[in-house]
Write a protein that binds this ligand. Structure first.
Ligand SMILES: Cc1cc2nc3c(=O)[nH]c(=O)nc-3n(C[C@H](O)[C@H](O)[C@H](O)COP(=O)(O)OP(=O)(O)OC[C@H]3O[C@@H](n4cnc5c(N)ncnc54)[C@H](O)[C@@H]3O)c2cc1C
Length: 356
């Protein structure tokens, strides 16, 4: 393979520079059960995460661990000191952070987590793949309709390939071969990573919050994920917005980051910067979304050997393993066994268009 260009062109960056590095990394066995096709993908992925963690030493390599998961309604007004602690609330969560009794959403049997960036890099390293950083400008197709490879910005000729898999997240629609078939949009979401005061007190509890900053204001639903490294990740504050061309230019908006800090401080004094917590990161990234809410996984209609895997929205870390396994089976054996990919086929968009 040719040498890596000295200065990578725009719109590309190191693996896991986007959502796959900045996500929460929360995994759930049965939270997609209301949609049968997604349920199969999620359940297969949850099991594969466990197997991958066993074979790649995921606990040490990328923070894989089962977690307790709670739902907490954070009060809008200033917390009243002296509230008695609820037995379900872990000790590091301030008793007054929950306006109502917390609800159990998941147990260590049904919910888990990974550090998404470390997970992505660990799986990539284990694959033995050679990584070339560059911006794919187009998919090159032979006269007989079979893929020939990809044209990469700043490089002469075509990078030959028997099979091309387009996993471009919210940038998927920038390539014509995808744009002609389906629409992939972006949702910008923010996150902060904190080094808490007394990290040894933070237990493996994922928290799904509901919080109304003021009467009549939009309800917010941030999420809090303590990590085995001691860091605590908090995300939320999303809005519809297409990703900019260059991932390196994505930054968090000041108000959204400030709101996440405010919420973190309401949940736990361990997470208040005024009380000793330190800021590790303040960032944003984009969820890749589709028009029907289902991911797009399969062969692109009309281009034999060109595949796509995108549109996983808020479940791309969970659903990555079964997506990868099923695509590999489709490419090598002509049929996916791990999960049925029919519902995720990109061809569904063309069928719907022809019915109209
Ligand atoms: C705040 C937040 C929290 C989340 N939390 C969770 C969670 O807890 N659990 C969960 O399961 N999911 C979560 N998600 C969702 C998950 O992060 C995404 O679904 C997933 O990471 C998408 O992966 P992807 O590979 O499709 O896209 P990305 O991770 O965005 O990767 C796309 C890559 O393609 C590259 N690229 C784009 N165009 C080109 C081109 N032309 N040539 C070459 N490269 C190109 C980009 O540089 C980028 O590296 C979260 C997402 C966000 C935003």
């Amino acid at each position: 393979m040719a040498a890596i260009p000295a200065t990578p062109p725009r719109r590309v960056c190191a693996p896991a520079c986007g959502a796959s590095g900045k996500a929460g990394g929360f995994l759930a066995l049965d939270w997609c059960d209301s949609t049968p096709s997604l349920s199969a993908l999620a359940r297969a992925s949850f099991a594969l995460h466990r197997r991958l963690a066993a074979s790649l030493d995921g606990a040490a390599a990328y923070g894989y661990r089962p977690v307790h998961t709670l739902s907490i309604c954070v009060p809008s007004d200033d917390p009243r000191p002296g509230s008695p602690p609820h037995p379900l609330l872990p000790g590091w969560v301030d008793p007054a952070a929950s306006a109502a009794p917390p609800r159990v959403l998941g147990t260590p049997e049904t919910t888990a987590q990974v550090h998404p960036g470390l997970f992505t890099k660990a799986v990539l390293a284990a694959s033995g793949a050679e990584v070339v950083v560059g911006e794919v400008e187009r998919v090159v197709v032979r006269d007989d309709g079979r893929v020939a490879g990809v044209a990469v910005k700043g490089r002469d000729g075509v990078v030959d390939a028997d099979a091309v898999v387009l996993a471009l997240g919210p940038w998927s629609g920038r390539l014509e071969v995808v744009r002609e078939v389906c629409h992939v949009s972006g949702i910008k979401a923010h996150s902060i990573v904190l080094w808490p005061r007394e990290p040894e007190k933070i237990t493996p509890h994922a928290l799904f919050l509901s919080y109304q900053p003021a009467p009549g204001a939009k309800m917010l639903d941030p999420e809090v994920y303590p990590r085995p490294t001691g860091e605590v990740y908090i995300c939320g504050m999303s809005k519809d917005e297409d990703a900019p061309d260059d991932p390196a230019t994505i930054t968090g908006e000041r108000d959204s980051i400030a709101m996440l800090h405010k919420i973190a401080g309401r949940v736990s004094s361990h997470l208040k910067t005024e009380e000793g917590a330190e800021v590790v990161a303040e960032q944003a990234c984009y969820l890749p979304c589709t028009t029907d809410g289902l991911p797009i996984i399969g062969e692109m209609p009309g281009v034999k050997g060109c595949y796509i895997a995108t549109g996983h929205s808020c479940w791309g870390i969970l659903n990555a393993p079964a997506t990868g396994a099923a695509l590999a089976e489709l490419i090598l054996d002509g049929k996916a066994k791990t999960v049925d990919l029919e519902a995720f086929s990109p061809a569904r968009f063309l069928k719907r268009r022809s019915r109209r």
